[in-house]
Design a protein around this ligand. Structure first.
Ligand code: HSE
Length: 437
């Protein structure tokens, strides 16, 4: 008996998925039990790099998600709508779902998994984070015995490519972004990537799996890489760091109003100075890596291609096969397989960024007057911000450039000190504020 899939979308990942299913030889034997039953596309006339029997293709995508013959709907349309509505409709018609759509899952996971649990169907999403890197199922299954403390990831290939190029060529963000767009490494509208939104979607999903609760996307502090300058990359290099866009999620205990302690999560995305010896520092170009830390495992890092047709299709087909394997061994709609389903009921409490304790790197442009460095030190000192180093690095025209690296400080105190520093006559601007891992 073949398992029939309805494939929604025949773009990059849809085509890669169909190619794997068309060539099952040498793969897991179950791959040949998967039948491409229907493929929903926006246009039948578009030239395609894959040859499929024309009768499989249809523009009536709704008809696929309601077709009684379809077992698994594979949503590879991307974007929020109609993807969300089609997933919900497919679930309502008893279809299992495989998707690589991190934007839909991070925003509507609550609605989708609630509907899926009620309908007794699976929603698998290995391709949504890290492309071909297996990280979703490892978090659900292989690492399930661990108390996860922290996840630190490079989960956006576009920004990692741009930052790597800035580091190796010394070019500016805008020039490298333009080149990346021409080479097809960055989208024409790069907003979701360069402003950190894609990485925020992905860390929301990873944190939810690692810490066993739902995450509200709007609780995630998110900064992109537009403000990272070639000067910062060069100073970071001299100080022994590389700059990476990191997505981080960490479990921590905070003092509650009474004397008890409350478990909260820090979940954030921002450019970060990463020590050169750190395992994530060497991840370059479009690659992704996710470092998971927990007890008793210690550290484990997942590395590989974070996007692309073949790699993401590899994750999608593994999800299809996982569902087919469960269906093959006898499906009980009342009792979903606990290692494949999602049973989260509550939202995790996320601590505000002002409570973060971290080191900072900051670059100031100031008048070159006696006492300026002293005034900076006084403002920081008054907010209990302890400095690791303060160096006048050179000049920008008439202005002196001063780079400060702090010890661990509470972010709220650091920001308060910066507010006071901004009011000093001698301070022209603060072009860069970056956190240090
Ligand atoms: N736009 C993403 C990236 C790939 O640049 O990594 C899809 O998740």
């Amino acid at each position: 008996m073949a398992f029939k899939i309805g494939l929604l979308g025949l773009g990059t990942v849809g085509t890669g998925t169909a190619q794997i299913l068309q060539q099952p030889t040498g793969r897991h034997p179950m791959v040949q039990e998967i039948e491409i039953y229907k493929v929903g596309v926006r246009s039948l006339d578009k030239p395609r790099s894959i040859s499929l029997p024309p009768e499989l293709l249809t523009t009536d995508i709704e008809a696929i998600v309601t077709d009684p013959a379809v077992d698994i709907v594979v949503e590879l349309l991307g974007g929020l709508e109609p993807a969300r509505s089609l997933i919900l409709k497919a679930i309502a018609h008893g279809k299992h779902i495989v998707t690589a759509n991190k934007a839909v899952i991070s925003r509507y996971g609550d609605e989708i998994f609630t509907a899926a649990n009620q309908a007794g169907v699976y929603v698998l999403l290995e391709g949504a984070v890290g492309g071909g890197i297996p990280v979703i199922q490892p978090l659900k299954q292989s690492l399930g015995a661990n108390q996860i403390h922290r996840i630190t990831g490079i989960v956006n290939g576009t920004t990692n490519y741009i930052l790597t190029q800035m580091q190796t060529s010394g070019g500016s963000f805008n020039d490298i972004l333009g080149d990346a767009q021409q080479l097809g490494y960055a989208e024409a509208d790069p907003t979701a990537d360069v402003d950190g939104l894609d990485a925020a979607d992905k860390i929301a999903i990873l944190a939810s799996l690692a810490f066993g609760g739902r995450i509200k996307l709007q609780d995630i502090h998110c900064e992109g890489i537009r403000q990272v300058s070639s000067a910062d990359i060069a100073y970071a290099e001299k100080l022994g760091f590389v700059i990476k866009l990191l997505a981080l999620a960490k479990r921590e205990l905070m003092a509650a109003a009474d004397t008890s302690q409350e478990e909260m999560l820090q979940v954030r995305v921002h450019p970060t100075l990463v020590p050169k010896a750190h395992p994530l520092a060497s991840i370059s170009g479009v690659y992704n890596a996710i470092l998971v830390e927990g007890e008793p495992i210690g550290q484990v890092m997942f590395f590989g291609p974070g996007a692309g047709s073949g790699p993401t299709a590899s994750a999608v087909v593994s999800d299809i096969v996982n569902i087919a394997a469960v269906l093959k061994t006898g499906r009980d709609a009342e009792r979903l397989h606990p290692l494949l389903s999602c049973a989260h009921q509550h939202y995790c409490a996320i601590s505000p960024i002002s409570e973060l304790v971290t080191r900072f790197y900051t670059r100031f442009l100031t008048k070159d007057h006696p006492g300026v460095i002293g005034s900076l030190g006084t403002c920081f000192g008054e907010q209990s911000v302890s400095l690791e180093s303060i160096v006048q690095t050179g000049f920008h025209g008439e202005l002196a450039e001063i780079v400060v690296v702090t010890h661990d400080v509470r972010e709220g105190n650091f920001r308060q000190a910066l507010e006071e520093i901004r009011t000093l006559d001698a301070v022209d601007s603060i072009p860069s504020i970056l956190r240090v891992l």
